[in-house]
Design a protein around this ligand. Structure first.
Ligand code: SAH
Length: 495
């Protein structure tokens, strides 16, 4: 049976797709329905019909799934940021676990006797306000009033909402002050269609451990007049976070070293406050949020934060994990899987700013990190320096080129045959040239950190055909309310 646009059908949702959309069937016809959950009995209107499948709009819930809850955020459905807020958190974690299991079976071929156990997903105790970085677009609504919030669905129309529930609690107060400053000083908002107006985005980065907050305005211009800048600084620095709900510095007591805590406290850390006000200049007519140049209006050009007791300096352009609480759990698992005793040589492929490398360096003899972005390697070297870590080495280049080259040359045998290799590739997974070299390097253990369980499954299949065995698959929920799930996998060498 086939259907056409505007038909209304009743169906039960039996599955969720990779974007969190509900999937159900009516007479063999498959329908994808955004916002519907497994177990929902719904009425949907077909908005796009193909021969064997179509897309429906959720019109009515006839019987709600037991997992269905009211989304906490009033704009969850319009906003593209969260996809599954209407699912209770436990069900979200179960869903992510089965997503990983499904990919390991279908793509990795781990079925029957070789079926892998996926451990329960490590979730958050409190699954809101977890992001330490937020970028709010700024614009004008139809009435010409300044709006800032998020883009609706797949469009570029801005919905005015300053209180994103997965962002830091401080953001709403900061955005309100920026808005006031713009209104009081006749500062224009950027208009994308005309490529005119000044303020494009407000970027806020928050050190959850230190309490340091950076506010960075992305502008379509070269700077602000001195008087405008002074007024902005004054406005932002007038916020008294001690009287408000805050996310920043809520992890201060998680630092392990008492001495470190004492030092940090002496310089003001451990309480929420704005320590950096910046401008980022972006005069290009594109969708890319940040330009290359930054100017400091107040304080430092970076904020500091910690993962475990390792300090990182974060500038507007730096890459840094956005959920520091779960990152610590993820890296602790990676460290546990690496099984370090102090004498090991470790490679960290796709190392970014060296987060995992430095985390492991404290327990290893020598660590080698490889990363394609030169600025990230600069950051990694700097991070090693400020933490007085001397047994880490960082190289710029494509892992699939740098590593085979080092392996092919005469040189340090311990570097060529490390005890442990960690890989943490982007979504597309590892290049086969790298995987082939890993097989030759023959480490005792490979720790595979992955943000895409489909490519992870493909790569695990490859490694298992070449002498490795999967010991553990541990998903970690880095992004509650979205369909993303991170995994850390331990492989050991069998021959
Ligand atoms: N391990 C880091 C970053 C992981 S994200 C952390 O936890 O913070 C993946 C990283 O791989 C990014 O920094 C990206 O720039 C880098 N990358 C992408 N392709 C690469 C390649 N071919 N070789 C090396 N690094 C690459």
């Amino acid at each position: 049976m086939s259907y056409k646009k505007n038909d209304t059908v009743k169906l039960t949702i039996t599955d969720l797709g990779t974007s969190g959309e509900g999937i159900g069937r009516v007479d063999g016809y498959t329908l994808f329905v955004k916002d519907a959950l497994i177990g929902d009995e719904i009425e949907a209107m077909i908005i796009k019909a193909k021969k064997n499948y179509g897309y429906g709009r959720l019109m009515k819930i006839l019987k709600a799934s037991p997992a269905r809850i009211e989304a906490k955020c009033p704009v969850a459905r319009q906003c593209g940021g969260c996809q599954i807020q209407q699912m209770n958190y436990e069900a979200q974690l179960d869903f992510k676990r089965s997503l990983v299991g499904g990919n390991l079976e279908r793509i990795g071929g781990f079925t029957g006797d070789s079926k892998l156990e996926v451990l329960p997903v490590i979730g958050m105790e409190s699954e809101f306000n977890y992001r330490n970085k937020a970028q709010y677009p700024v614009g004008l609504n139809k009435e010409g009033k300044i709006v800032m919030g998020f883009y609706a669905g797949r469009t570029h129309s801005i919905i005015d909402n300053q209180d994103c529930l997965i962002g830091a609690k401080e953001n709403v107060y900061i955005l309100q002050k920026v808005k006031e400053w713009m209104e009081e000083n006749a500062i224009s908002a950027y208009d994308e269609t005309k490529h005119k107006g000044l303020v494009r985005h407000v970027l806020i980065r928050t050190g959850f451990t230190t309490g340091q907050i950076m506010v960075c305005l992305v502008i379509n211009g070269n700077g602000l007049k001195a008087e405008q800048a002074d007024k902005l600084n004054e406005k932002l620095l007038s916020i008294d976070f001690s009287k408000l709900k805050t996310s920043a510095a809520s992890r201060f007591n998680d630092l392990e070293s008492e001495e470190l805590k004492k030092d940090l406290k002496a310089k003001g850390d451990g309480v929420a406050r704005i320590t950096s006000i910046m401008l980022n200049l972006n005069k290009k007519d594109t969708n890319v949020i940040l330009g290359e140049e930054c100017k400091t209006l107040y304080g430092s050009s970076y904020i500091e934060d910690f993962i475990a007791d390792i300090k990182f300096q974060i500038s507007p352009l730096s890459f840094f994990q956005v959920n520091p609480i779960q990152t610590k759990k993820l890296y602790s698992k990676a460290l546990e899987f690496a099984g370090l005793t102090g004498g090991e040589v470790v490679w960290d492929m796709y190392c970014g700013i060296g987060t995992i490398s430095l985390f492991l360096a404290k327990k290893a003899k020598e660590v080698y990190g490889v990363e394609i972005v030169p600025q990230a390697i600069e950051d990694a070297k700097n991070n090693a320096k400020i933490n007085a870590i001397t047994n880490s080495n960082f190289m710029v280049g494509k892992a699939e080129e740098v590593v085979p080259e080092i392996y092919g040359k005469d040189g340090d045998a311990s570097a060529k045959h490390p005890d442990v290799v960690v890989v943490d590739p982007p979504r597309k997974g590892c290049d086969e040239a790298l995987l082939n070299t890993l097989v030759l390097m023959a480490p005792k253990r490979i720790v595979y950190v992955s943000c895409d369980s489909a490519t992870l499954s493909r790569d695990l299949k490859f490694l298992c055909e070449k002498g490795f065995k999967v010991e553990k698959v541990q998903p970690v929920d880095m992004f509650p309310h979205t369909v993303h799930v991170e995994n850390v996998v331990l492989l050991t060498r069998v021959n």
